[in-house]
Design a protein around this ligand. Structure first.
Ligand SMILES: [Zn+2]
Length: 540
């Protein structure tokens, strides 16, 4: 019996954290069939991996690809960096469930968070229908899904109102969540920084997470605050996992935002250690950059978002309200995650915009844009952009210190996530965060090869076996006979990220082959138009 693919002469690094061993690996019908020192088998295609590492495909633990997927599954930015599976539905934002008849309203509700949502035709209501539709989309890589608190708030009706859900609304939200768990979602995600999720109290989140616990699901959270109140926010996340009894929790894109608080990761990692010591399984993911990326409107105080998108736009036209916003931004001390106060206008850079007017200013800081345009005040620039872009545009913020990045990276509870999205290489997307293209190769170049913060095998384990274990995937994340053939082949001496904050749509170097479910998708500079990606459902 001939193999589909035979990989020869490579250094096989199996994902367990063990160093590489020489060997040959055979693939047939999507699976790894044989790993031996030498294989005599014939194969349709032979890959000579001399000098290269052969390892499991990378698992992106935190992705916003779901917002782009209905438009295209050609996730070039991901497949070229070796990602073969991504976890979506993060930060409380998921594309389902959407109750029948409320599709238009859903689009309105999510215009700020989902960049191209107006182009998506919503042909699903339940979570099961959503997963069925996603499975029909030709996709380069595997996707798996969480259900987001924001969508549960929308479906259960409190929507954008600044109040806790009523008992009746909460039970509706629980019913929607239960349907999603039955359909195969891996758990509940929250983004407690973002209104209206920011309005939800811990008791109600615990109540929801109990549903997740009943189905052996996970709780993934962009926690309530990553700056002044980071430590309280980590404690809250741990408490939610502990009190709900759900099988595990994940602190999303763990970081310390704002120079004044750098060093706080010593305490947060200690809290994670202690939680695990007493039997509460909490892990975290991280992207290896000193800038975050989120919607520009996150700079406004939470109350400015009350009532939803339309009301926010109205407030942006009201001089009295704007005065109040500006005052609160300059004076509020720690009542909310005030990113401007944490980092200043010169560390807040405009990213994706969509109307054309502001495209020339992408990748420039709000302070610099104000100077170039001879504006009076960066606050006025901010408001002008928000009004022009209908508040649906993005920023990057330089607020993360290297020491915290390295400290978190070396925690045994850490793994990697892009917090980006798998997209086609299309400049029309505007300036995105380089993590969309470079997260995994950046770790391998900078933190493994150059700075030696991690050994190569430790980094690979954090990109493969560890996330697979966290998710309960029994047949991915390791190189073992019988497992799905998700495989990356890269040169440890040349692998490097190329995307920058100015030129974000650049593919990395040194990753010649990427295989998904036994199909070769990346072959040197070519991306084959094959779509082996599967929708992975949680196994009960
Ligand atoms: Zn987030």
């Amino acid at each position: 019996m001939g193999l589909d693919i035979l990989i020869k002469n490579g250094r096989i690094m199996d994902g367990t954290g063990s160093p590489w061993l020489p060997g040959e690996l055979g693939i047939k019908d999507g699976k790894i069939t044989k790993i031996r020192a030498k294989l005599g088998d014939s194969a349709e295609q032979v890959i000579d991996a001399a000098g290269d590492i052969v390892c499991p495909g990378f698992i992106d633990m935190h992705s916003h690809s779901d917002t782009y997927l209905p438009l295209s599954g050609e996730m070039e930015s991901y497949i070229r960096q070796g990602i073969t599976t991504c976890v979506t539905g993060m930060c409380g934002s998921s594309l389902a469930p959407i109750p029948p008849g409320r599709e238009k309203e859903a689009k309105q509700h999510f215009t700020e968070t989902f960049p191209l949502f107006d182009q998506v035709t919503i042909i699903w209501n339940t979570y099961a229908e959503y997963l069925q539709e996603m499975a029909k989309i030709p996709c380069f890589l595997n996707t798996l899904y969480f259900v987001g608190l924001d969508m549960l708030l929308f479906a259960g009706q409190p929507g954008s109102e600044n109040r806790p859900p009523t008992t009746e609304e909460l039970s509706k939200m629980k019913a929607f969540l239960e349907e999603a768990m039955k359909a195969g979602t891996f758990g509940l995600s929250t983004g407690l920084l973002y209104p209206p999720q920011a309005y939800v109290k811990i008791e109600d989140i615990i109540e929801l997470a109990r549903v997740v616990a009943d189905y052996n699901g996970l709780y993934f959270s962009h926690i309530r605050d990553e700056g002044a109140h980071l430590i309280d926010a980590v404690k809250e996340c741990i408490e939610i996992v502990e009190k709900s009894g759900c099988i595990g929790g994940q602190i999303a894109h763990h970081k310390v935002d704002g120079k004044a608080y750098w060093g706080a990761s010593k305490t947060t990692l200690q809290l994670i250690e202690e939680a695990n010591d007493r039997g509460v399984s909490v892990t975290c993911d991280q992207y290896p950059y000193n800038r975050s990326m989120t919607t520009l409107s996150t700079l406004l105080p939470p109350w400015a978002h009350e009532g939803g998108h339309e009301q926010l736009l109205e407030r942006l036209q009201d001089a009295k309200v704007l005065n109040q916003i500006q005052k609160e931004i300059t004076t509020s001390q720690g009542k909310w995650e005030n990113i401007i106060q944490l980092n200043g206008y010169d560390r807040i850079y405009l990213a994706q915009t969509f109307t054309g007017k502001w495209k020339p200013y992408e990748a420039k800081s709000l302070a610099e844009i104000t100077r170039i345009r001879k504006g009076k005040d960066a606050f006025d620039t901010l408001i002008e952009i928000l009004v022009d872009e209908q508040a649906a545009c993005w920023m990057t913020v330089e607020g993360i210190g290297d020491e915290d990045i390295c400290r978190i990276m070396t925690s045994r509870y850490q793994m990697f996530g892009t917090d980006g999205a798998g997209i086609r290489r299309d400049p029309n997307h505007g300036t995105v965060h380089p993590r969309f293209y470079g997260t995994f190769p950046r770790v391998l170049r900078r933190y493994v090869r150059e700075e030696k913060i991690l050994t190569l095998e430790a980094a690979i384990r954090k990109m493969t076996a560890f996330p697979a274990q966290r998710l309960g995937l029994q047949n991915r994340g390791l190189l073992r006979e019988g497992m799905w053939a998700d495989i990356v082949i890269f040169d440890p001496n040349t692998v490097a990220d190329k995307a920058t904050f100015e030129h974000s749509h650049e593919f990395p170097d040194g990753i010649p082959y990427v295989i998904v479910n036994g199909k070769l998708v990346v072959e040197n500079d070519t991306i084959h138009k094959v779509f082996p990606g599967k929708v992975i459902r949680r196994q009960n």
